[in-house]
Design a protein around this ligand. Structure first.
Ligand code: HEC
Ligand SMILES: [Cu+2]
Length: 483
């Protein structure tokens, strides 16, 4: 009897536990201002391209954010430095991750070695100046203010001290995320990217410490348009990474101060875009506009391996001013989704015949005809150069400093002909040194035939003081087929 009673008690308490679990579903508050906060919690802050741990199902908290303003010299590009003003030591500033209903207690400290007063305007704040008036702080001081996060979304913060444009132009911006109740849906990888335009006394790539140029800023003529504060912040070894099959979420902001970004990832389609960082989700987007002082959340699944290039599709900014990053995806190929070159053809419009050849490089149609004379190759090579290479490497092969390496008197070119063939065939990324200058950019694979590659490289090698190598079609065949 006693035993029976005990088991009844256990059963009853079990039922109670379950019902209380079901009833314990978070109460829905119509007004975010009414969400109660439990306990204090120190916010995790991260520098780009990293973001803090997702909020998940955590309750609203009193969230302590402590941020230090640092004015410090940093690298804009190889050989060029700039005096950045930063929130937390990085451009963009530290990423802040909150949820709706958090009560943020924000302490802003201005390092004693800094020269100027600063403040912070967070677009996630409902209140005068987004916090700017309460956070104005002189070097060697700190200020604390607090606010409650009412609206979910991804928001820009920036310095709003006069001259505001100058403080922003020097790198004083970042992102604060306010997650909805229950958090954003989980993904495999999350990254933090922010575009900014910079104005320097010298031209793009001029060496040394470059001062801010107020007139260029007023004229909206930047020398640099970059992701995460400098050229190359997301290329080469700094590239973002992912594996085939993973879902990616990018928090993309635009600090400006002036330009609007046409954010695009070459070779990807955004499955979802939280338009302007708000609650509207658009699907299947190629390019999304990110206003100065605005942000978006971009999500996509990576299905095939390769290097995907992140750009501002106002494309001179990408290839000439720095707004270029990389996402390197590794894993298995999927030939159904992307097959690569399936067939390569020679197109004769006059004759109306299209001769095709398999892509293994063996049965090259032109191989049956005898190799052309040097003069013929020079003539054909020059044409191909002016159609295909000239835009980047320039008419006299002189290149463009800091963007496109020279082919004229290029020690890199002259050192290794097979490497040069490989570059034209497969493209090239990563840092290279040509005639003592570093380049870290992207040359895409050139889709021209083996004999055309032989001709254009022969032309390049026999022009502008190069070593007069005569490149043959069979040499290109060998490189294409991997010997
Ligand atoms: C869209 C711009 C672009 C085009 C078009 C282009 N290149 Fe390049 N090329 C580059 C860039 C950028 C690099 C440096 C890549 C890096 O930093 O890793 C490069 C590097 C090279 C190099 C090795 C570096 C050197 O200076 O010796 C060779 C050789 C070369 N390209 C040849 C060619 C030839 C030949 C063509 C035409 C068939 C061509 N490129 C078309 C942008 C381009
Ligand atoms: Cu400031």
């Amino acid at each position: 009897m006693k035993q029976f009673k005990l088991s009844q008690v256990i059963l009853a308490s079990f039922v109670l536990l379950i019902t209380s679990c079901i009833n314990n579903k978070e109460k829905v508050y119509e007004n975010s201002a009414d969400i109660p906060v439990s306990r204090e919690m120190t916010a995790e802050l991260t520098s780009p391209p990293n973001v803090p741990t997702p909020v998940g199902r955590r309750k609203a908290k009193k969230l302590m954010v402590s941020m230090e303003i640092l004015e410090k010299e940093g690298t804009m590009t190889d050989g060029t430095t700039y005096n950045y003003w930063t929130f937390g030591g990085s451009v963009p500033g530290s990423f802040i991750r909150t949820r709706v209903g958090d009560e943020v207690e924000f302490t802003l400290s201005n390092h004693p070695d800094n020269k100027l007063p600063h403040n912070i305007d967070l677009h996630a704040v409902t209140g005068p100046g987004g916090g700017a008036t309460s956070s104005f702080v002189a070097p060697g001081h700190s200020k604390t203010f607090s606010f409650k996060t009412l609206n979910p979304g991804i928001y820009v913060y920036h310095c709003a001290t006069a001259p505001v444009g100058m403080h922003i132009a020097n790198g004083m911006y970042g992102l604060i995320l306010v997650e909805p109740e229950g958090g954003l849906p989980p993904v495999d990888k999350e990254y933090y990217i922010m575009q900014g335009d910079f104005y320097t006394k010298g031209k793009t790539g001029d060496p040394g410490l470059q001062a801010f140029d107020m007139q260029k800023a007023v004229d909206e003529k930047p020398d640099y348009v970059v992701f995460n504060g400098k050229m190359g912040s997301l290329t080469g070894d700094n590239a973002l990474t992912a594996n085939v099959g993973e879902t990616i979420r990018l928090f993309v902001g635009n600090g400006g101060p002036n330009l609007v970004s046409s954010f695009h990832v070459i070779g990807e389609i955004f499955d979802k875009v939280h338009v302007e960082g708000g609650s509207t989700i658009n699907e299947n987007v190629q390019t999304t506009l990110i206003p100065a002082g605005g942000a978006a959340i971009v999500e996509f699944r990576v299905d095939v391996p390769g290097t995907f290039i992140l750009v501002d599709h106002s494309i001179f900014r990408a290839f000439n001013k720095g707004a270029l990053g990389m996402l390197k995806v590794s894993g298995e190929e999927n030939k159904t989704i992307y097959a690569g070159v399936v067939q390569e053809g020679i197109y004769h419009p006059e004759g109306g015949t299209i001769q095709t050849m398999p892509n293994n490089g063996k049965a090259n149609v032109e191989e049956s005809t005898s190799e052309k004379s040097l003069a013929e190759k020079m003539e054909s090579g020059k044409k191909i150069f002016m159609q295909t290479c000239f835009a980047c490497h320039q008419a006299e092969g002189q290149g463009i400093p800091n963007a496109f390496p020279p082919l004229a008197k290029s020690d890199y070119l002259n050192a290794d002909v097979n490497r040069a063939i490989g570059i034209v065939l497969k493209g090239k990324t990563g840092e290279i040194t040509v005639n003592g200058a570093k380049y870290n950019s992207v040359m895409t694979a050139q889709s021209i035939s083996n004999s055309e590659i032989a001709d254009v490289l022969t032309y390049v090698y026999n022009s502008w003081g190069n070593n007069k190598t005569n490149v043959t079609t069979s040499q290109v065949d060998k490189v294409r087929s991997g010997k």
